[in-house]
Design a protein around this ligand. Structure first.
Ligand code: 6R9
Length: 675
């Protein structure tokens, strides 16, 4: 099997087991990164966790992981009613944590800082056009209470679902915190998703209320959020009774009488006090939809107590949060990273959170670094795709700005190739700052595998070792741990952890089969391939299922295929990933049409139309980079599409696989663009 490099020039690339060829035990890593970067003495001297303290935490967790989490939950969170039982595994793998305790997430993020640091900045916001707004903890608390009261006045009750479809903004955090305050379960839908995706999520969640904006700014353009909401609701959306609209772009959007309410008008009369709703630790704090290997996105359900504990402690351990830090995670709140490291983790730790609404290159390629300088950012957390894009623009951009306040850098979303890691280290980190490469997922709720920066030396391209209380293994297809260093296999988590997903909303059977079925409920199966080196360092090799990682965003190949076949001219489609220098993976679609296959300008026009069609069905992130029209797909005699072959074709590789078992071997030349 060919080694898989998720992007050109990767040195951590190792073969990834794929859907049809799950022979993971035969996978060995190819090139191994050998550079090691220990934390600087200066960093260690001030670090919250040094090697000894980290070792003590690991030892405590290994001795008794339930007692370990119980102690941390008691010491780190405010409980209105203390829990007696830490872990209830009687319904495993539907685990329950701290189940008889009651708490409230917004109290833990806001109220508990009011006495000690009410006047400290909680949020520094900058819009794409340069408008800046700040909120102290007191001000943020007041805004959250006002919105919480407003939502309640619209009839939203504990457990009702609220869909949030807002630009990346302070108001998005306010909306999430307001829901948490009254025990409503939020479901944030990324503003880049289309009306059709929004509609599916509203319906699946059975949401009562949508919170949106007239628009948002991105790349100099208005993102028409309200228009998408109107479209999503026009086609039904019977569960929605009210829509709250934030005025942001002020470009005049129609308001539906009796349904739509302006945020500012609604809040004008609300009290700045709102009693929190004390909910059970297991109460669903939020749903967040993510792609899986079927066409239907999964509503990942997270809890209140366990989730918050994970977000809180991981933020503290991995980012070494200190009272004077300005923490900037560039992820949109529409993704899990924005939930745990914009809206919840840093605030529960009382840090100052930086939020930037727009694109990294508006008005020029120096925007990120200008923000870092002007807001005094100390911790910067972004995705490899952004690092690669910024790297291409040249180091003269970051070099124009004073980045001396930065003290820690982070990476998330996909494997970081050592070239990008070294650029980040040299150009942004000035060869001094630790880089934390953090592996985790929507489902894990919080960072699982990452270096604790004052304690663990880093290797470019490795997310290093699991955090205390997290137990991982690499197993082969029989579930046996792979022991030889460098040997690839399935990444699994062997013990439950507090911030784990609780279920898939409305589909517990899918939860049990998708994450636990493969090894008979013994392990949580992450869906990633990985290997561990002789030092116990983890190297993630990418997804082993039909999920692509495009610019750090998960995208199911089936979702894109369903979008394509919903076009009247498409008979069949197969989607695979192709390595891409900046995006990590690009979407490559093979499309079979109904009727005659056009050529020349007519084919070009149709390809363009199909790309737009996918953007309309899912969102711009899913637009195929390549669409190849053909007369058929390579199928085995049993009718299975040979995706492995399609991946080779997409990469432009010579076909060396045996195609004699194909029903239609002649199609291969055509698919490869030679017929
Ligand atoms: C947090 C987040 C999860 C998938 C995951 C894996 C990939 C995330 C990574 C990484 C290598 C890292 N992934 N972090 N791969 N190194 N540091 O991204 O959640 O959107 O659910 O994606 O992303 O493949 O399984 P989510």
């Amino acid at each position: 099997m060919k080694p898989y490099a998720p992007y050109e020039g990767s040195r951590s690339g190792a073969a990834v087991p794929t859907q049809e060829d799950k022979t993971v035990s035969s996978i060995a890593s190819v090139l191994e990164e050998s550079r090691v970067f220990p934390p600087s003495a200066a960093f260690v001297a001030k670090a919250g966790l040094d090697a000894d303290r980290l070792a003590a935490l690991h030892a405590e967790a290994e001795a008794d992981f339930t007692a370990f989490w119980g102690r941390l939950a008691k010491e780190n969170l405010h409980w209105q009613t203390p829990f007696r039982q830490v872990l209830d595994d009687s319904q495993a793998p539907n685990y329950r944590w701290f189940a008889d305790g009651k708490t409230n997430v917004s109290v833990n993020c806001l109220d508990r800082h009011l006495g000690s640091q009410g006047d400290k900045l909680a949020i520094r916001f900058e819009g794409e056009k340069g408008d800046v707004r700040t909120y102290t903890y007191k001000q943020l608390h007041a805004e959250v209470c006002k919105l919480a009261n407003a939502i309640k006045s619209l009839g939203v009750q504990v457990g009702d679902r609220v869909v949030i479809y807002l630009p990346h903004s302070a108001e998005a955090v306010i909306a999430m915190q307001a829901c948490a305050r009254i025990g409503a379960t939020h479901s944030v839908v990324f503003g880049g998703f289309s009306a059709s995706s929004l509609k599916d999520r509203i319906e699946d969640a059975g949401a009562k209320l949508v919170i949106t904006a007239d628009g948002g700014w991105r790349g100099g353009n208005i993102v028409e959020l309200k228009k998408a909401v109107d479209e999503a609701l026009s086609a039904g959306g019977p569960s929605i009774t009210k829509v709250i609209v934030l005025k942001r772009t002020d470009h005049g959007v129609p308001m539906v009488a009796g349904r739509d309410l302006w945020w500012h008008e609604l809040l004008a009369t609300q009290s700045e006090r709102c009693e929190p709703e004390w909910v059970d630790a297991e109460h669903p704090l939020f749903l967040l939809y993510t792609s899986g290997s079927t066409g239907k996105p999964k509503g990942i359900q997270h809890s209140t107590g366990g989730y918050l504990l994970g977000a809180h402690l991981s933020a503290q351990w991995v980012f070494d949060l200190k009272p004077d830090d300005v923490f900037w995670c560039t992820a949109d709140v529409g993704w899990i990273t924005g939930h745990s490291y914009v809206a919840y983790g840093p605030l529960s730790n009382g840090a100052t959170v930086m939020i930037y609404e727009g694109a990294p290159t508006v008005p020029d390629a120096g925007r990120f670094w200008k923000i870092a300088q002007e807001h005094g950012v100390t911790i910067f957390y972004t995705a490899p795709t952004a690092i690669r894009a910024l790297m291409k623009l040249g180091e003269e951009w970051p070099n124009k700005y004073d980045l001396s306040k930065l003290r820690l850098l982070g990476s998330v979303g996909e494997p970081i190739n050592p070239e990008a890691w070294m650029w980040y280290h040299r150009v942004i980190g000035k060869e001094k700052l630790p880089i934390v490469d953090t592996w985790w997922q929507t489902e894990t709720g919080a960072i699982m595998i990452a270096p604790v920066p004052g304690a663990v030396p880093t290797k470019p391209g490795s997310c290093t070792k699991p955090l205390p209380g997290i137990f991982t293994a690499i197993v082969d297809e029989t579930g046996e741990p792979v022991t030889a260093p460098g040997q690839g296999g399935y990444l699994v988590i062997t013990k439950p952890w507090p911030s784990m997903l609780r279920t898939i909303w409305g589909d517990n059977a899918r939860y049990r089969s998708a994450y636990w079925g493969q090894f008979n409920n013994k392990y949580y199966v992450a869906g990633d391939g990985a290997h561990i080196d002789a030092d116990g360092y983890h190297w993630i090799m990418g997804r082993v299922d039909d999920v692509l990682n495009v610019s750090g965003h998960r995208l199911g190949t089936m979702e894109v295929e369903s979008a394509l076949v919903s076009h009247p001219r498409v008979a069949e489609a197969a989607v695979v990933g192709r390595p891409h220098e900046v995006k990590g993976e690009a979407v490559f679609a093979f499309v079979i049409l109904k009727g005659q296959r056009p050529t020349g300008a007519e084919a070009d026009a149709l390809v363009k139309e199909l790309r737009e069609h996918v953007a309309k069905q899912i969102g711009a992130i899913a637009k195929p980079d390549d669409i190849r029209l053909a007369d058929g797909l390579p199928k085995t005699r049993s009718g299975k599409i040979m995706r492995r072959l399609l991946r080779s074709i997409a990469k432009g590789e010579d076909i060396t696989q045996d195609i004699s078992t194909l029903e239609n071997p002649a199609i291969v030349a055509q698919l490869a663009g030679r017929g």
